[in-house]
Design a protein around this ligand. Structure first.
Ligand SMILES: *Cc1c(COP(=O)(O)O)cnc(C)c1O
Length: 386
C-alpha cells in the first residue's frame, strides 16, 4: 500500500504556514506501541532518545513531553536559580524566556541582528554582568546562532550556553551540527516543527551527569522508574528534588522513531522550497528574505521575509489570509507580552527587535509544498504589497 498522507488542514484551498506529514508507517508504529503493553516509560523512550541523539551527533538525549519542558530541564541541569540572570533574544517564542522564570531567575533580553533576527553577540556582551549564569541561543527560523561569538563571551566567565534549537534540527554551523553547539540543546516535536510526536521535545547533551539530572527532573525528581524497579525487583524509591512529570509516552516515542527516518529528507525539502522562494522573491523589492550567513546552513522551520519600511505589515497579513495564504508572524518581542509588562519589562529594551517585529511576515513552509504553491504565495505577496 502506498504511503497515505493525512493533511493537517481540512480546507484544501488554504495553504497553512506549516503542516505535519503522517504516513502509514507512523500509524503502524503507533498502533504497535499501543498494543505492546508499554504506553509510557517503556523501551521506546530510550530507543527514541538514543536514535535522536545519534542522528544529531550528541552523546545523550532526554525525551520530554514538550520543547518547553526540555528548556526547563536544561535550566535545572545547569543550576539556574533565584538571583541569576539568563540572557535570551527578544525575538523568540515566549517559552525560551519562560523557562528562566520557572526557575526563579531573571530573563535579560538581548537585541537581534536585523537581517537574520539571530541574537546579536554585541548586545549579549553589553548585558553580561556577574549575575549572568547562562545564555539561551535561539536558532531563529532554522539558522544557527553565532555560537563561536557567544562561546567567546561565555566560556571565560563560566557562563553556560543553552541552545533553543527547536527551529533547527539538521542545520550546520561551520561544519558542526545543531544540537552539538551548546552545553545543552533543546528540540520540539510540536506538529509545526520538523518532526512530530504530537507534543514532545528532547534535550541533548554530551554531559552524562546533566543528562541523568534531567531524566530525574522529568520524573518528579525520582531517580528510578517503574520499569527499572521491576527489573531490580525493588519497590523503594527516593524523590531527591522537586521535579515535574515531563515524561514522553512510549506511544509518542514510537511516532518520533518512525518520523526520524524521514527527518533528513524533510530538511532537504525545506531547503529546496527556500531556494524556490529566494529565486521567486529576487524581483520583489517590497519583501526581502532573511539572510543566511555563508558559514552555516538553514534548516528552515520558517521562511520569513522583511517588508520594506512604510509597508503596513498587518494589511499585507490580512490580504494574504484573504487570498488563502496562511501567513503568520514570528514573533513580537517576548518582553512586550502583558505578563512580562507586569514583571516590569518596558518597551524600548531592544530597538532592533521592536523594529523588525513590525516588518516581518512568515510565509508557508512545509516539506510537501510544491513549486506551484511557492508561485501562488509569491503572487499573493506581490499583490498584497502593491
Ligand atoms: C516550538 C518552540 C518552543 C517550545 O516548544 P513546545 O514543544 O511547543 O513546548 C520553544 N522555543 C522555540 C523557539 C520554539 O519554536
Amino acid at each position: 500500500m502506498p504511503d497515505r498522507e493525512i493533511r493537517g488542514e481540512a480546507e484544501p484551498a488554504f495553504l497553512p504556514y506549516g503542516r505535519q506529514e503522517i504516513a502509514d508507517v507512523d500509524i503502524k508504529a503507533v498502533v504497535e506501541a499501543l498494543v505492546s503493553g508499554w504506553l509510557t516509560t517503556g523501551p521506546r523512550v530510550s530507543e527514541f532518545e538514543q536514535a535522536f541523539a545519534a542522528h544529531i551527533g550528541a552523546g545523550e538525549g532526554v525525551a520530554v513531553n514538550s520543547g518547553t519542558a526540555a528548556l526547563h530541564c536544561a535550566m535545572r541541569a545547569i543550576g539556574v536559580g533565584a538571583g541569576d540572570d539568563v540572557i535570551v533574544p527578544a525575538i523568540t517564542f515566549a517559552a525560551s524566556a519562560n523557562a528562566v522564570l520557572y526557575e526563579g531567575a531573571t530573563p535579560v533580553f538581548a537585541d537581534i541582528e536585523p537581517d537574520t533576527l539571530l541574537i546579536d553577540p554585541a548586545s549579549v556582551a553589553a548585558r553580561i554582568t556577574p549575575k549572568t549564569r547562562a545564555i539561551v541561543a535561539v536558532d531563529y527560523a532554522g539558522q544557527p546562532a553565532d555560537y563561536d561569538a557567544l562561546a567567546a563571551l561565555a566560556k571565560p566567565r563560566g557562563i553556560r550556553i543553552i541552545a533553543d534549537a527547536c527551529h533547527a534540527p539538521g542545520a550546520v554551523y561551520k561544519g558542526r551540527a545543531t544540537g552539538t553547539l551548546a552545553d545543552i540543546s533543546c528540540f520540539s516535536f510540536h506538529p509545526v516543527k520538523h518532526l512530530t510526536t504530537c507534543e514532545g521535545g528532547m534535550a541533548v547533551t554530551d554531559d552524562a551527569g546533566m543528562a541523568a539530572h534531567m531524566r530525574r527532573f522529568r520524573n518528579h525528581g525520582i531517580g528510578s522508574d517503574h520499569r527499572s524497579r521491576e527489573a531490580a525487583g525493588a519497590h523503594a524509591y527516593d524523590m531527591a528534588e522537586l521535579g515535574f512529570n515531563y515524561r514522553l509516552p512510549d506511544v509518542q516515542c514510537a511516532l518520533g522513531l518512525a518520523q526520524l527516518k524521514r527527518l533528513s529528507g524533510w530538511v532537504e525539502a525545506r531547503q529546496r522550497i527556500a531556494r524556490l522562494y529566494d529565486d521567486a522573491l529576487a524581483s520583489l523589492a517590497e519583501a526581502v528574505p532573511l539572510k543566511t550567513h555563508s558559514d552555516r546552513t538553514n534548516a528552515h522551520h520558517l521562511y520569513v521575509v522583511r517588508l520594506m519600511d512604510g509597508i503596513d505589515r498587518d494589511r499585507v497579513f490580512s490580504r494574504l489570509r484573504a487570498d488563502g495564504i496562511g501567513a503568520n508572524v514570528h514573533y513580537a518581542p517576548v518582553y512586550l507580552h502583558s505578563h512580562y509588562a507586569k514583571l516590569g519589562y518596558k518597551p524600548g529594551l531592544c530597538p532592533a527587535a521592536e523594529a523588525a517585529s513590525r516588518q516581518i511576515i512568515t510565509l508557508p513552509m512545509f516539506p510537501a509544498m510544491t513549486e506551484a504553491d511557492v508561485r501562488r504565495v509569491v503572487g499573493a505577496l506581490t499583490r498584497a504589497t502593491a
